[in-house]
Every structure is written in structure tokens, then in C-alpha cells.
Design a protein around this ligand. Structure first.
Ligand SMILES: C[S@@+](CC[C@H](N)C(=O)[O-])C[C@H]1O[C@@H](n2cnc3c(N)ncnc32)[C@H](O)[C@@H]1O
Length: 285
């Protein structure tokens, strides 16, 4: 679905078409097809208030892709992607398939609580014949035990082997009352040494003009099914305490092991740069 068109795919059961949802708006930012008029109208409004939403979403997605490739290069073969979103380009299982030699195998569990994300992920995995090694668990990521004990997780993930746990652009939908650090720890405590935690999270930029744009963005999300919480770098960085933070540490999305010249980004991309922090850490023995 391109911007401006008002055709929508048939909605899977359980989809709320009254309120825009984070998953479907993000799909629209990335140029996907699984969004409805209510999501597109919201996305267009956001673009006026903060013109970097689309660039920022792509930077976030590219960071996730680089983190997955780094985990594969480090020998990790299991991925749990919390808040995986509506599958668009560069999903974890696609990165795995493209990056690993054919003789090697890995497994992927996607987790999202939004009906469109779940339905579309299942469809794609079935269509690609990937259900032997990848699955979608429709669940709230604030319930670690429900996810780790889910039959699909147990079928695909061996917790005695290292896992790369991805929390990419999802924790800013988790409010302080839900205690994000406790949620992170509930997962990492169950993982064995050598496992990785990769996360990205929106923040308020230092630059006043950039900050105003991101604050307008977050304000608008209050009317959606998924309000956004912006957090400072220190808080996001503290979530890695007790783990071994991998180089280059907590950075802007484009600065984490870039495979392009991050210092020469186009001006619009540069302007979008400071809106989120990201990092990857390894659990030690
Ligand atoms: C901005 S998208 C990010 C998608 C993907 N992780 C990425 O970075 O490309 C956020 C996703 O998190 C999901 N989400 C938000 N809160 C969640 C929760 N408590 N449990 C599961 N999924 C959640 C939303 O439905 C949405 O699909």
C-alpha cells in the first residue's frame, strides 16, 4: 500500500480498526502493506509534527539487522524477537537465512501482541516454508514466563544454548509501572552465559528543536493503543548493568557498528539520528 492510497487489506480477527496501532503505523513508516486508513492518517499527521519518523524507523530496522548478523557471526543460532512487529523487509528470519551458509541452521521466535503482526508473521512463515525453524507467539512481552514456556518457544529454543534476545523499539511502549528492568531481568536470568541482549529505545534529543519534534511525536501516541515513554540515556544504559556491554557501547542507531559511512549520512538522516539509543550486551558466566 503506498501513501495516499486508501485501499486496505482484509483485517484479521481481533484487529481494532478504531484506534491506530504502533505495529501498523510502523509498518506504514516502513512502506509496508498491513496498515489501515486510521493508521495512515495518524502516520501522515506524525510526519508533519516530526518529519523523521520514516528515516528513524529505517535506522532502527537497520540496527536490528546489524545486531542479528553480529550475533550470527559470534556463533549464536537462536533468536527471540520481542515486539517483532508486522513483518516487512529484513525480518530476523530473513537476515538469518541470507547470512548463514545453507549447511547451518538457526531458530527464530517472534513475539508480538498485535493481531495484524501475528497473523501476517504466521502467513509469511508458512508461505516461505520456514515453520520448521521459525514461529510467532502472540503474547504480551511483559509476561516472560508465558513466552518462555510457550510450546512454540519450547519447540524452537533450547535455553541451555545461547540466545539472542531482541527488544528492538518495544520497551518504549512499556510504562514505568510495568518496571522494564524487572522484565528484562526476568528474561536474561533464564538465559545461559554467552546469550545476547540487543535493544533500542526512543529518547528526547539534547537539541531543543529535535527534542520538540520527538515530544510532539510521543504526545500523539497517547491517543493510540500504544502510548510511548521516552527515557534518558542513563536509564536505558543502566538496563545493561550486570551484562558485558559489547563495543561500541550505547550509541545512536546509526553509530552501532555501521556498515556504511555514518559520518556522511544525508542531512535528513542526520537530523533523525539522535532520537533513540541502542546497545548490545552479552551475559557472562
Ligand atoms: C515500533 S514496532 C518495532 C518492530 C520491530 N521490533 C523493529 O524494531 O523493527 C513495536 C512493536 O512492538 C509491539 N509491542 C508493543 N508493546 C508490546 C508488548 N507489551 N508485547 C508484545 N508486543 C508489543 C507492537 O505491537 C509493535 O509491533
Amino acid at each position: 500500500m503506498t501513501d495516499g492510497e486508501d485501499r486496505s487489506p482484509e483485517a484479521p480477527p481481533g484487529v481494532d480498526l478504531e484506534k491506530p496501532s504502533a505495529a501498523r503505523i510502523y509498518d506504514w513508516y516502513l512502506g509496508g502493506t498491513q496498515n489501515w486508513a486510521v493508521d495512515r492518517e495518524f502516520g501522515r499527521k506524525i510526519e508533519q509534527l516530526w518529519p523523521h519518523a520514516k528515516h528513524g524507523s529505517r535506522h532502527n530496522r537497520q540496527f536490528m539487522n546489524r545486531a542479528v548478523r553480529a550475533a550470527l557471526d559470534a556463533g549464536i543460532r537462536q533468536f527471540i524477537d520481542l515486539g517483532s512487529g508486522v513483518p516487512t523487509v529484513g525480518n530476523v528470519h530473513e537476515v538469518v537465512r541470507d547470512h548463514l551458509p545453507e549447511s547451518e541452521h538457526a531458530s527464530v521466535v517472534y513475539v508480538d501482541f498485535e493481531a495484524v503482526a501475528a497473523a501476517h508473521a504466521r502467513l509469511i512463515l508458512e508461505r516461505e516454508g520456514a515453520t520448521d525453524w521459525a514461529a510467532l507467539v502472540q503474547q504480551d512481552m511483559r509476561h516472560p514466563n508465558a513466552i518462555l514456556n510457550d510450546p512454540e518457544t519450547q519447540r524452537l529454543i533450547d535455553l541451555d544454548q545461547p540466545v539472542c534476545l531482541l527488544m528492538i523499539a518495544v520497551l518504549h511502549f512499556v510504562g514505568p509501572d510495568d518496571r522494564p528492568l524487572d522484565i528484562i531481568k526476568a528474561y536474561t536470568d533464564r538465559l545461559r552465559a554467552g546469550s545476547w541482549l540487543a535493544l533500542s529505545h526512543m529518547t528526547v534529543p539534547d537539541d531543543p528543536e529535535a527534542a520538540a519534534g520527538v515530544l510532539r511525536f510521543a504526545e500523539q501516541y497517547k491517543s493510540t493503543a500504544n502510548p510511548v515513554w521516552l527515557r534518558p540515556r542513563e536509564e536505558i544504559a543502566s538496563w545493561f548493568d550486570g551484562l558485558d556491554l559489547l563495543e561500541p557501547g550505547v550509541t545512536h542507531l546509526t553509530d552501532w557498528r555501521p556498515d556504511f559511512d555514518a559520518d556522511n549520512l544525508p542531512p535528513r538522516d542526520l537530523a533523525a539520528k539522535p532520537f533513540a539509543w541502542c546497545g548490545v550486551a552479552e551475559k557472562q558466566a
